[in-house]
Design a protein around this ligand. Structure first.
Ligand SMILES: NC(=O)c1ccc[n+]([C@@H]2O[C@H](COP(=O)([O-])OP(=O)(O)OC[C@H]3O[C@@H](n4cnc5c(N)ncnc54)[C@H](O)[C@@H]3O)[C@@H](O)[C@H]2O)c1
Length: 481
């Protein structure tokens, strides 16, 4: 596929009354052409990147809006046009198309990829915001087409899919980004710098929590499929079953078949901070012993609350040293360390969602702010020299990488923070917690080999995947659906 594209003004137009859909206009884009080599380079740089969006309701619309706003910001805006919209729900598709009337519309992403392959439509990059159970398949087809992808978190619905997508992305070498937009924010970067600079000493524990409770999904025999929804397409790779009342939008998170409860919904955002700060994405020989505690396991619905602990070791960790302990709490469960801290100084630390415990003290953080305890330690901590870049947004970081890549410059596909090598292991970490809970016994998981150990290893290994319907497989070239 030729990565140098020629200007094609199509697809995107502004809804004049809507600040939401702000974007650069094509006249600004064209103003630099004069035929000289520099101008030619400039002209190529200024060509709009043509984006196809798969899943344009809920987060899809938000993500699209963030992408456009970030591309529009700063002294050197990036020019993008939304050339295709795809959604299995006509209501969602029509609502998005009000803002982007010239984009080509699809209901089945396989037909979008067929058009891309045949040259019927030219697309430079794909933005995916479908429910979790279709992430891997929509992503795999983009990678098979050699296209950059931004896919929402968690990167995939199963541990096995995460490993497959990581391998595909490694060979595709295209810019990728998982939709953990807080990763690009200033606070996460400052916390990573503080932890790595030893501000609270050596970290032995990290606790993360979220009070949501995406739980208790139940089947609803006889429910009628909403008129605008193509239920068969919505189910994607999963084994076909009867429609579940109100499963879409959003409530699919309550069902193992489509989501992974609160853990699957939130942990990629929140565990990202310790995973990053403690360098877990970079370690060789990473291994975890995983235990989970919650209500009795239901085969259909996710639990109302969950506690997971990962006791983590890696090759370069000195022998005999205790494992690093990472813990997750949701549905009202609270970290006992946070409870103790709150009781001691009568503070409510509920506004945070992460606690690092180090040899010198504690660091509490949420998406936007952090606090070092005790106060006496905080006063001695000097702001570390910034070692991490501060991107102008998560989408923008990806779009910048896509721009460099389309210019055939030697861009490293790892130049985005949540690239799929980083994000696939984070996703494996998160989803391994759900596997431990559903296995109902402690498990061990080897992140290098993907091998799982448990008292009932066969049952545990089965939970690393989901059965797929005929014709949907990531094992062969996914374009041959
Ligand atoms: N990064 C964030 O802050 C953030 C926030 C919310 C949701 N999310 C993630 O975004 C994704 C979507 O979540 P949501 O809350 O918007 O869900 P949703 O159910 O509200 O919306 C999903 C949209 O995708 C469409 N869709 C479903 N299957 C499709 C398919 N096969 N092809 C094309 N379109 C399809 C649906 O019709 C709907 O419009 C999830 O993975 C979720 O984890 C991320």
């Amino acid at each position: 596929m030729n990565r140098r594209r020629f200007l094609q003004i199509s697809g995107f137009s502004l809804a004049a009354s809507s600040a939401l859909w702000s974007c650069q206009t094509s006249s600004r884009r064209r103003s630099t052409s004069d035929g000289s080599p520099i101008a030619k380079y400039q002209r190529e740089r200024d060509q709009s990147l043509r984006i196809a969006c798969i899943g344009v309701g809920g987060r899809g619309l938000e993500s699209l809006n963030e992408l456009l706003a970030e591309c529009d910001a700063g002294p050197q805006p990036q020019f993008v046009e939304i050339s295709a919209l795809c959604d299995v729900d006509l209501g969602m598709l029509d609502a998005a198309a009000i803002h982007i009337p010239n984009a080509k519309r699809y209901r089945d992403f396989r037909l979008l990829y067929r058009d891309i392959q045949s040259g019927a439509i030219e697309i430079d990059a794909i933005l995916i915001s479908t429910p979790d159970h279709t992430h891997a398949f929509a992503t795999a087809m983009a990678l098979a087409c050699g296209l950059p992808v931004y896919c929402e978190k968690p990167l995939t619905h199963t541990v096995a899919e995460a490993r497959t997508i990581a391998a595909m992305a490694r060979s595709a070498k295209v810019p990728t980004q998982m939709g953990t937009q807080i990763h690009a924010g200033n606070n996460y970067r400052t916390v990573v710098e503080l932890i790595r600079a030893g501000a609270i000493g050596e970290v032995s524990f990290a606790d993360c929590w979220d009070n949501r409770s995406w739980c208790c999904g139940q089947l609803t025999p006889g429910a009628l499929v909403p008129k605008t929804l193509d239920w068969d397409l919505w189910q994607g790779p999963t084994l076909p079953s009867a429609y579940i009342k109100d499963v879409a939008p959003a409530n699919w998170r309550r069902y193992w078949k489509y989501g992974s409860g609160t853990l699957g919904d939130m942990a990629c955002h929140i565990l990202d901070l310790p995973y990053w700060a403690l360098g877990l994405g970079e370690q060789n020989g990473l291994r975890a012993e995983i235990r989970a505690d919650g209500p009795a396991v239901d085969s259909v619905g996710c639990p109302a609350s969950l506690e997971v602990s990962w006791a983590i070791t890696w090759s370069s960790r000195p022998a005999g040293k205790d494992p690093l302990i990472l813990r997750w709490f949701d549905g009202g469960k609270v970290s006992p360390t946070v409870q103790e801290l709150s009781a001691k100084d009568r503070q409510n630390y509920g506004r945070f969602n992460t606690l690092f415990q180090g040899s010198k003290g504690f660091l509490l953080s949420n998406y936007d702010e952090h606090l070092i305890l005790p106060g006496a330690l905080a006063t001695t901590v000097i702001a570390p020299v910034p070692t991490l870049t501060r991107p102008a947004g998560h989408h923008r970081e990806w779009i910048n990488a896509v721009r460099e890549w389309t210019m055939d410059s030697p861009t490293n596909s790892a130049m985005t923070g949540s690239n799929f090598q980083y994000a696939s292991r984070l996703t494996e970490l998160v989803l391994s917690g759900a596997v431990a809970y559903r296995t109902q016994t402690p498990i061990t998981y080897d992140f290098d080999s993907g091998v799982i150990g448990a008292a009932d290893a066969k049952r545990a290994a089965k939970l690393l995947t989901e059965p797929c319907r005929d014709g949907w497989t990531l094992d062969q070239n996914p374009l041959f659906f």
